[in-house]
Design a binder for this molecule. Sequence first.
Ligand SMILES: *[C@@H]1O[C@H](CO)[C@@H](O)[C@H](O)[C@H]1NC(C)=O
Ligand SMILES: *[C@@H]1O[C@H](CO)[C@@H](O)[C@H](O)[C@H]1NC(C)=O
Ligand SMILES: *[C@@H]1O[C@H](CO)[C@@H](O)[C@H](O)[C@H]1NC(C)=O
Ligand SMILES: *[C@@H]1O[C@H](CO)[C@@H](O)[C@H](O)[C@H]1NC(C)=O
Ligand SMILES: *[C@@H]1O[C@H](CO)[C@@H](O)[C@H](O)[C@H]1NC(C)=O
Ligand SMILES: *[C@@H]1O[C@H](CO)[C@@H](O)[C@H](O)[C@H]1NC(C)=O
Ligand SMILES: *[C@@H]1O[C@H](CO)[C@@H](O)[C@H](O)[C@H]1NC(C)=O
Length: 438
Amino acid sequence: MKLYDCLIVSLLLVAVTAVGIPDHKDRHEINDSQPLRPSNSSQRFDPDASVNSADFPGNAEDITPVGKMRMVKHFYLWTRNTMKNKSYELLNPSDVDTIINSTFRVRTTYIIIHGFLGWGYEPWILQLKDKLLNMSDCNVISVDWPAGTEWFLPTYYIAVNRVQSVGYDCAHLLSALANTTGLSGVDVHLIGHSLGAHAAGFTAKDKQTNLRIGRITGLDPAGLMYRGKSAKHRLDSSDAVYVDVMHTNGCYNFWTAWTDCYGINENLGHSDFWPNGGEHQPGCTASDANGEIGCSHEMAYRYYIESLNYGWDSTYFLTRSCASWMIYSAGNCSCGEEAQYMGFFVNTQLPGRFYLTTNHFFPYAQEDTVCSPGNRNNRTIILILAGSGLAGAVGVGLLGAVVGYTLKKRQKSEDGGSGLVTEEVQPSYCDDDRSLVP
Ligand SMILES: *[C@@H]1O[C@H](CO)[C@@H](O)[C@H](O)[C@H]1NC(C)=O
Ligand SMILES: *[C@@H]1O[C@H](CO)[C@@H](O)[C@H](O)[C@H]1NC(C)=O
Ligand SMILES: *[C@@H]1O[C@H](CO)[C@@H](O)[C@H](O)[C@H]1NC(C)=O
Ligand SMILES: *[C@@H]1O[C@H](CO)[C@@H](O)[C@H](O)[C@H]1NC(C)=O
Ligand SMILES: *[C@@H]1O[C@H](CO)[C@@H](O)[C@H](O)[C@H]1NC(C)=O
Ligand SMILES: *[C@@H]1O[C@H](CO)[C@@H](O)[C@H](O)[C@H]1NC(C)=O
Ligand SMILES: *[C@@H]1O[C@H](CO)[C@@H](O)[C@H](O)[C@H]1NC(C)=O
């Protein structure tokens, strides 16, 4: 009966249509003396401008992993050097030559993990890597794993069953990178969307390496099969020095489970961001290609990519610490002494749960006309680890640099989780019924 209900629910879902990769052949020369962040906060990023559609292999549901990998099909690597000649390099943790021969160097390393029905060179991933490479001389790795090709509940359960293996492969890669190049965990920033957010958590938990990951960003972490789970079985604040989580489709309603929200409705990180309440995003309607919930679910990475445009001198994506969306919407939450921003330029010193509103359409960020950008003197200066020389000589761990930031000291609140996880009664509907897993 339960399975039947779930199938009915899934049949109601709007089929996802694969998003075509915009056909931009031009490569971007990177000028190393460009500012790290736009000095002019009103500079906007054109989301279509820099997608680099390269000669990628197809997106077939071929689950034969390469080499000794359990699940991952490809680890794509982009650096400023690969951008100039070819579009990507492939890394294989079982073949260190692929690492040694690549343009990978010890420096800030972003590892992007897509979610359900995603693939390694989804347009948003290409946009994000272009923006990251534009901002600093870094490594960007995208994890390509078979996450299904059709929007159907059994497919989802199959994908869920693969998430831990994806984490295993990513940890294997990190181990190989650490062994061959001396990369340290604090240099690593995992960015995962949906199921990929939990895969990032499993990467950090995996015992193949004892690297302590610097930062994990969870972009609307998946809800189904992860609600009400212990920290061991999902993304958790204990997985990295700093974990920030954005919720754009995080809700749970007994009668409309999964047709209402794909994201999780729990605070999982040190800082959790709930734009527009975190359940449904303005501008998303049923007529969207992926339906209203698909649109809201994807809005997490759109906000994140846009957040790279704004500096701390502006109030775009400025948030307020608040106990709930209701209190926030009633206008009862104050600015707070320190500013906290949603997205890439998060204030890693400020844990909690945060609310903000956004525009319906790009650009999504709104200026907060009441609160100030905060005291910039309190803010740590961006530190970019340019090249292996600096990192190797000084020791990245000593600098404590995380994704280009200096972390002065770890927050006290980091011991044993954030303590922010909401307690809620979980009716057993489709959730947590592992017998459904094919
Ligand atoms: C790089 O940018 C700097 C500052 O904007 C400029 O002076 C310089 O000419 C640029 N170099 C190239 C090669 O475009
Ligand atoms: C890189 O950043 C500069 C501003 O810092 C911006 O003008 C330029 O358009 C960006 N290029 C890409 C490809 O995003
Ligand atoms: C910032 O950029 C906007 C749009 O390009 C421009 O109108 C504005 O004058 C710029 N401000 C400064 C201080 O350069
Ligand atoms: C890019 O290609 C040029 C010539 O085709 C070559 O000289 C150069 O070494 C290549 N750069 C990289 C980073 O592979
Ligand atoms: C790495 O480079 C060496 C020497 O140039 C070459 O012999 C080897 O085949 C390369 N291996 C891979 C996996 O590219
Ligand atoms: C890295 O080195 C450790 C310790 O020597 C070893 O246990 C591990 O298997 C190595 N990782 C890889 C991917 O070779
Ligand atoms: C907001 O504050 C007002 C005035 O203190 C209070 O009457 C109201 O109940 C508060 N609303 C919420 C949702 O907290």
